[in-house]
Structures are given as structure tokens and as C-alpha cells.
Ligand binder design. Structure first.
Ligand code: C2E
Ligand code: MG
Ligand code: MG
Length: 560
């Protein structure tokens, strides 16, 4: 049985209260209050679960009108419909009740059938309105929600085939970070402010919507040329909020030209434009251009075939050797994915990895890489090669997977390997984006025996003094960092300092992207532990790497 709907009767006269309870209680759960103040207390306790209020006007302590004004101030209660009970058929009373926000009125003496009908129909009306609201509007900002916007925008374009329209969208840089640092309520307030920017921007010339999280979009009739000033003003409105000085929004605009596109595709184009200026200081907005579309088409084509590519084993792991700097002894390898598409040929990870990170496929691909790496390690151990380690890349999406430690442990067990044979590379920027989650997951992985490396150190904004608090074993210096630091005179760079510090907190250091003898010597001079780079070898198929293993074993005097 459905729970009974709650009706609150507010009336100081006990007899009247009883009459109303008798009328209502066969159909509703009736709550009672003897004056406005008591009614506010009942509201506080039951909140929005109350479907309707029957309210007397003349009461001691707090009368009906004051109760109505208090109630309307609170947005959680203000939506509850109120029927005012008036003493007579006095028009003045009724007008006063309605002007204070009452939904309807009934006059005394009570007529049971009329009261029941009014109550039922008003509750029904309110529920229908609430449903429509839920379907049409985003609860947080009051803008249209995605589905409704798509539909309404489509109709607008159909109804006005000759008008010129634009899709304008925006994305907040690092919104997640804002939520983490300032808290969800501040994040919510920011989003509401963005919504008000949109209302101002669009006026009565179009419609706006919150697509998801921090992405907003509007369809607006062309009524002005866009320039930096418009969007700078929008930013200023947001900066006026407490603690929001650093919030950066990027805006994208698609001029609706090809009406055969879906609204979703048009929005994609506007967002593509916005994304094209991500990270560019002083750029507020960008117009969509056709070249941007080409990359979208390309991304779509990759997305369409990626699952099949994995099934058909078009992905292969390559291994790039890593050496101990002292004595250049082979110490391990990094597993790097390669995609050899039957028609497109070799695809660069630089193109498909960021896309897979965006569409989520990376978690599947990474697990494939880890599993291949473990199989190779097993094979070599069976062949009696020395037990080197393989580093695998763990993308940030993997970190959010609560099963990560379990998946890793199972892989190790399946292949009967010790966990320290698998080194897990996690990029530096992941640490700055979500430190809490990372530290938790990585601590767990280390407890299980895996070796954790911070990849690309020096490419982002990790501060050296946070290194001490992070659960890592190895610092992997970024290629660009090595390149720029080794180009400076030895006395001027911070490379030596970073390596000393890392050693001091008991981290091993590996330099990646070492391309020249000079770089190698420089790194050796300042006691870097390991190196990886084209100077020694490019990433290679596993079979070729096996030859290196063989050679290194012979050099060490071992036998197979
Ligand atoms: P990364 O993990 O920092 O890998 C190092 C990249 O530098 C590799 O590029 C490697 O081939 C390249 N490299 C190594 N030594 C040198 C050198 O001396 N000079 C130059 N110019 N480049 C060098 P690659 O294989 O194209 O991978 C690029 C990025 O793609 C990787 O950066 C990593 O972030 C990602 N990636 C590659 N494979 C995987 C994977 O299996 N899973 C995940 N999640 N990401 C991967
Ligand atoms: Mg790596
Ligand atoms: Mg790297």
C-alpha cells in the first residue's frame, strides 16, 4: 500500500480541528498544530513530505498571515500548497489570503465533500507541476535540463528556419578541484552563478541549460557580435563570489549553419571550440572551425573500432629498456602500448590514449597491457632470465576503480610472480588532481608489495615539499624536464637538488627521454639511479627485448 499523504491542519479552535481531522483522516495522515509557531515546528520536522496545509487565519501566538510569510521565505517549504480557511465568504479575506501566497480558500462552516475535493485536486496539481519541473529543469540551477533543452532547441530551429542562431557553451577549468578545495556548497553556488550569467547573456533571445556538472550551453538568436569583453564580464561576475578569483571559464561558439546536425552534435562543436583554448591564458572564447571537426570525426572513427581492435589483438605491447646508470646494466623495461591498425597503420599513443582516457576505454586497455606484461615476465622466468621488473602505466581512471588492488593481485597470482616485479607508473598530474583518492589507493597497492613510480615528474605543478608525504617508491623525471635542465649550465639547474632530495626521502630516481651522451653523463654525475631513452633504445617488440635480456645475461656471465 502507498504511504498516506500528509496534510497539516493549523487551527486554534479544537472543535474545528477535530471536524477537519474527521473529514480528512480516512484519506490522509493528518498532522495538527494550534497556531502558526507550532505549525512551523511541524514543518521543520516533516519538511517537504507534507502535501498540503489547511490554515486558519485568526490564531493566537502567530496568525495565519505571519505563518505564510515565514513559510514562503524558506524555499524548501514554499512549494507546499496552502488552503486558507476563512470565516465567511468575505471577498476581502479571500483576496488577502491569496495575496499572502495561499493557493486557495474554503469558507466555514466546513462542507466535507468540497474540502475533500479541493484538497485532492490541489495535491494532484502540485504533484503534476513537480513532475513537469523535474522533467524540464535542472534542480540546482533552474535552467533546462539536457533532454528538455535538446528537444526545445530542435523545435526552435524548426519553427524559425530563417533566423540565425548560435550555440554558446562554457566549461569551467578544474571544476573538480574547486569542489575539492572549497567544498560542494561553494561549488554549487558557483554553478548557480554561472546559470545567472547565462540568463543575462540570453535574455529573451533563447534558451539555456546545464548539460552536466560544470558544462552549460545555450541556443541564442544572433543579436550581437561576440568579443572578449562579453566573456570577461561574465568571468568578473563569477570572480565576485567569495574565493572564486581563480576560476577560469572557457567559452565556445558554434554558429548554426548545418541544420541537419542534431543539437547534441552542435553542442559538441561548441565544446570542441571551448576546449581548443584550454590552458591558454587570456583567451576567453573561441569560434568553432571546420578543422576542429576533423579531429572530432577522427575521434569518432577511433571510438567506433577500438573494442574490435582489442579483440583482434591489434594492440601490442612494446618494451623500452631501463638501465642502471652505474655500469649500464639492464634493470627493467617500461611497457608502452602500440596500435597497428590494418588500414590506418601505426597509431601514436599520443592520439589515442587521451581519447581513451576521455571515453573510459583506457581501463580496459590498461588491464590488457598489465596482463600481457605479467605473461611476458612469467615466460622469461620460466626461461631462466634474471628477474627484471616491468613498469606499466596506470591511468587516472584506473585509480578510481575500487577493484584496482584486487585486479593487480589476481594478475600477479595467476602468473605466479612476486608483486615487486610490476612497477606502477602514475602520472604526476593525477596526484595534484585528486590527492586523497590517490594516496588511499596507492598506499594499499604498496602494502600489497607493488612498487609505485611517480611518472612525468617536473611536467606539472607538484611541489617538492609534498613529495615527502606521498606514498611512492620511485620518482620518474619527465623528458622535457630532463631536456631543459640538462641544457642549462650544471650550476644553475635544480636537477641535482631534486635528485638529492629524492634520495634523502629514500626514493629511487629514473630519468626518461635520455637522448644524448651529454645528458647521460650529467645524470650520472649527480647520482641519478636509472635511465631510459632513445640514447639506449626505442620501445621495441617483446621478442627483440628478449634478445637484450639474453645479451645482458651473457655479459653478466650467466647461462640460460
Ligand atoms: P610516458 O609513460 O611518459 O612514456 C614515455 C614516452 O616517451 C613514450 O612515448 C616513449 O616512447 C617516449 N620516449 C622514451 N624515450 C624517449 C626519448 O629518448 N625521446 C623521445 N622523444 N621520446 C622518448 P609513447 O610510447 O608514445 O607514449 C606516450 C604516452 O602515452 C606515455 O607517456 C603514456 O602516458 C601513454 N601511454 C603509453 N602506453 C600506455 C599504456 O599502456 N597505458 C596508459 N595508460 N598510457 C600509456
Ligand atoms: Mg610512463
Ligand atoms: Mg613519463
Amino acid at each position: 500500500m502507498l504511504p498516506q499523504k500528509k496534510v497539516l491542519v493549523v487551527e486554534d479552535n479544537e472543535l474545528n480541528r477535530e471536524i477537519l481531522c474527521d473529514i480528512l483522516s480516512p484519506e490522509y495522515a493528518v498532522l495538527q498544530a494550534e497556531n502558526g509557531q507550532a505549525a512551523l515546528d511541524v514543518l521543520k520536522e516533516n519538511g517537504e513530505s507534507i502535501s498540503l496545509i489547511l490554515l486558519d487565519i485568526v490564531m493566537p501566538v502567530m496568525d495565519g498571515y505571519s505563518f505564510l510569510s515565514h513559510m514562503k521565505e524558506n524555499s524548501a517549504y514554499s512549494v507546499i500548497p496552502v488552503i486558507v480557511t476563512t470565516q465567511s465568504d468575505s471577498e476581502a479575506d479571500e483576496v488577502a489570503a491569496l495575496s499572502h501566497g495561499a493557493t486557495d480558500f474554503v469558507s466555514k462552516p466546513y462542507k466535507p465533500q468540497i474540502i475533500l475535493h479541493r484538497v485532492a485536486s490541489i495535491i494532484h496539481l502540485r504533484e503534476t507541476a513537480a513532475m513537469v519541473n523535474r522533467v524540464q529543469y535542472d534542480r540546482l540551477t533552474g535552467l533546462y535540463n539536457k533532454e528538455f533543452f535538446y528537444n526545445k532547441a530542435k523545435n526552435m530551429l524548426l519553427q524559425h528556419p530563417d533566423k540565425k542562431y548560435e550555440i554558446v557553451c562554457s566549461d569551467i577549468e578544474n571544476f573538480k578541484l574547486i569542489n575539492d578545495i572549497f567544498g560542494i556548497p561553494a561549488g554549487d553556488q558557483l554553478l548557480r552563478e554561472v546559470a545567472s550569467v547565462y540568463r543575462r547573456l540570453v535574455g529573451d533571445k533563447g534558451i539555456s541549460c546545464r548539460l552536466n556538472a560544470d558544462q552549460f550551453v545555450c541556443l541564442v538568436e544572433h543579436h550581437r557580435e561576440y568579443d572578449d569583453e562579453i566573456f570577461q564580464n561574465a568571468d568578473e561576475q563569477i570572480h565576485a563570489l567569495a574565493n572564486m578569483k581563480n576560476v577560469i571559464m572557457k567559452w565556445g561558439i558554434y554558429t548554426v549553419e548545418d541544420r541537419s546536425l542534431t543539437i547534441e552534435q552542435m553542442c559538441d562543436r561548441a565544446f570542441l571550440a571551448a576546449r581548443s583554448i584550454n590552458g591558454q591564458y587570456g583567451k576567453y572564447f573561441a569560434m568553432f572551425e571546420d578543422e576542429m571537426h576533423d579531429s572530432l570525426v577522427r575521434e569518432q572513427a577511433i571510438t567506433d573500432v577500438m573494442e574490435r581492435a582489442l579483440e583482434e589483438e591489434q594492440f601490442e605491447i612494446y618494451l623500452q629498456p631501463q638501465y642502471q646508470i652505474r655500469g649500464t646494466k639492464l634493470a627493467g623495461a617500461e611497457a608502452l602500448i602500440r596500435w597497428n591498425h590494418p588500414e590506418w597503420g601505426f597509431q601514436s599513443p599520443g592520439v589515442f590514449i587521451p581519447l581513451f582516457e576521455k571515453n573510459g576505454f583506457i581501463t580496459k586497455l590498461d588491464q590488457y597491457v598489465w596482463s600481457r606484461a605479467c605473461k611476458v615476465l612469467r615466460e622469461w622466468e620460466d626461461k631462466g632470465y634474471p628477474p627484471i621488473s616491468v613498469s606499466v602505466n596506470v591511468s587516472r581512471a584506473d585509480i578510481y576503480n575500487v577493484d584496482l588492488p584486487k585486479i593487480m593481485t589476481e594478475l600477479i597470482k595467476e602468473n605466479n610472480l612476486s608483486p615487486d616485479r610490476l612497477h606502477l607508473e602514475i602520472t604526476e598530474s593525477a596526484y595534484t588532481e585528486n590527492p586523497v583518492q590517490i594516496v588511499e589507493t596507492v598506499t594499499q597497492l604498496r602494502k600489497l608489495g607493488f612498487v609505485v613510480e611517480m611518472d612525468d615528474f617536473g611536467s606539472g605543478y607538484s611541489s617538492l615539499n609534498t613529495l615527502n608525504n606521498l606514498p611512492i617508491d620511485v620518482l620518474k623525471l619527465d623528458m622535457e624536464f630532463i631536456r631543459s635542465e640538462t641544457a642549462k649550465p650544471a650550476s644553475q639547474g635544480i636537477l641535482r637538488f631534486v635528485i638529492d632530495l629524492a634520495h634523502w626521502i629514500k626514493l629511487h630516481v629514473i630519468a626518461e627521454g635520455v637522448e644524448t651522451k651529454e645528458q647521460l653523463e650529467r645524470l650520472a654525475n649527480i647520482d641519478c639511479d636509472y635511465v631510459q631513452g632513445y640514447y639506449f633504445a626505442k620501445p621495441m617488440p617483446c621478442g627483440e627485448f628478449e634478445n637484450l635480456l639474453k645479451e645482458s645475461m651473457e655479459k653478466e656471465g650467466g647461462t640460460i
